[in-house]
Design a protein around this ligand. Structure first.
Ligand code: CA
Ligand code: CA
Length: 415
């Protein structure tokens, strides 16, 4: 007889910011929110429903590919008991993640267009000015980038033309029970999106890849906090764009997500999230994440091997003390006093590794726009090999391989 080894993974319960957690936070004092992974024969069956019901679970959502039910449970003891049931592979306490950007000024109205310092520093304007044979291009046109964040301001004049779609991944609880829009109710995701792909249209700012195609994937709430389970849902949504079919049954590669930007982090690992990023990378998606803002080890998901973790630099190429560090840092990019789009049609200066990651995502879109045939592994290798060495010679724990330089990746300038 086969015995399934099930275990309760104790994650970030203590990290839930009180007194009010993010959208969908458990309300009763002992209640916990958990990710329940079932085996293949049990997932989706009547037995799954019986087990959840017997445990007193409230089902928030079901995510098919990883065979996950996201639930509330009456107590941690219930979670431990459920983990021991036949057909249950694993029960993991759901954990909280936070956006990694910090506002430094108030919102300003749209002025005449300026090119933010970080866009110039990574060499993006050199790529825009180069010539390529169509459909190859130097603007990221046709490269689909999912911004997994607080959503994007869908009406922003510097972004609306580049937004191709989106997905609302926050479980339908609280304020988000009825509000299923992926419009940005915080501002962070709009700032990140503008760094990647604000339009070169004469107003406001311009992004690294001013014609990249943006997808607004909302997992973080109005306070910039969210749940690991919703991020897992968002990543499998992106993978699903590679397998979706039109009415005639044909694959629709035009909407395939090529790059995922994750400007958030958590101190707590999740094997379900680790599996999700592994599956996304295997599907050919480049995953880029903020290293973190606590000056310590790189956050999750940035520290997973399939994810490019990005540290922050300032306008003098120095790394701020709060930029997370260590062997998991893969690249560095501008992340101090970064001017970009903000919710409500405005503009704002923010600092954080949240701002560094989208400089890399935009750079990936530029390189993929110019060299569409590159595999995800080759693109990742090229971005590191062409980076500008900063700090200690060679790879170092503050800047990884160095500052991302799409102009060097495309051989438009010498090293
Ligand atoms: Ca603009
Ligand atoms: Ca170095």
């Amino acid at each position: 007889m086969l015995a399934l080894v099930a275990s309760l993974v104790v994650a970030a319960w203590a990290a839930v910011p009180g007194p009010v957690g993010p959208a969908g936070a458990a309300s009763a004092p002992d209640q916990v929110r958990a990710i329940v992974v079932f085996d293949e024969s049990t997932f989706g069956s009547a037995r799954m429903n019986r087990e959840l019901s017997a445990a007193g679970a409230g089902v928030l959502k079901v995510i098919h590919e990883p065979r996950v039910a996201v639930v509330t449970l009456p107590s941690r003891a219930t979670a431990t008991a459920l983990a021991a049931r036949a057909g249950v592979e694993r029960v993991e306490l759901d954990s909280v993640v936070h956006a990694t950007g910090k506002p430094t000024t108030t919102t300003t109205a749209a002025p005449a267009q300026t090119t933010p310092w970080g866009i110039t520093r990574v060499g993006a304007p050199t790529v825009w000015a180069a010539s390529f044979t169509a459909p190859a291009n130097g603007t990221g046109d046709g490269v689909n980038v999912a911004v997994i964040d607080t959503g994007i301001d869908l009406d922003h004049p510097d972004l609306a033309g580049n937004i191709e779609g989106g997905y609302m991944a926050i479980a339908a609880t609280g304020k988000y029970r009825k509000n299923r829009s992926y419009n940005d109710d915080n501002g962070h995701g709009t700032h990140v999106a503008g760094i990647i792909a604000a339009a070169n249209n004469g107003v406001g700012v311009v992004g690294v890849a001013p014609q990249a195609d943006l997808y607004a994937v909302k997992v973080l709430d109005q306070n910039g906090s969210g749940w690991t389970s919703d991020i897992v849902d968002a990543i499998y949504w992106a993978i699903g764009t590679h397998t979706d079919r039109d009415a005639a049954g044909n694959l629709t590669p035009g909407n395939d997500i090529r790059v995922i930007n994750m400007s958030f982090g958590s101190d707590y690992p999740s094997s379900t999230l680790a599996s999700a990023v592994r599956d996304a990378y295997a599907a050919g998606i480049l995953l880029v994440a903020a290293a973190g803002n606590d000056g310590a080890a790189v956050d999750y998901p940035g520290s997973y091997p399939e994810v490019v973790a990005v540290a922050a630099t300032d306008a003098t190429d120095a790394v701020p003390s709060w930029s997370s560090r260590g062997p998991k840092v893969e690249l560095a990019a501008p992340g101090v006093s970064v001017y970009s789009t903000y919710a409500g049609g405005g503009y704002k200066v923010l600092s954080g590794t949240s701002m560094a990651a989208p400089h890399v995502s935009g750079s990936a879109a530029l390189v993929w726009g110019a060299q569409p045939e590159l595999s995800v592994a080759d693109l990742r290798t090229l971005l590191a090999a062409s980076a500008e060495d900063l700090g200690a010679p060679g790879r170092d724990d503050l800047t990884g391989a160095g500052l991302v330089r799409p102009d060097r990746a495309l051989n438009l300038v010498g090293p």
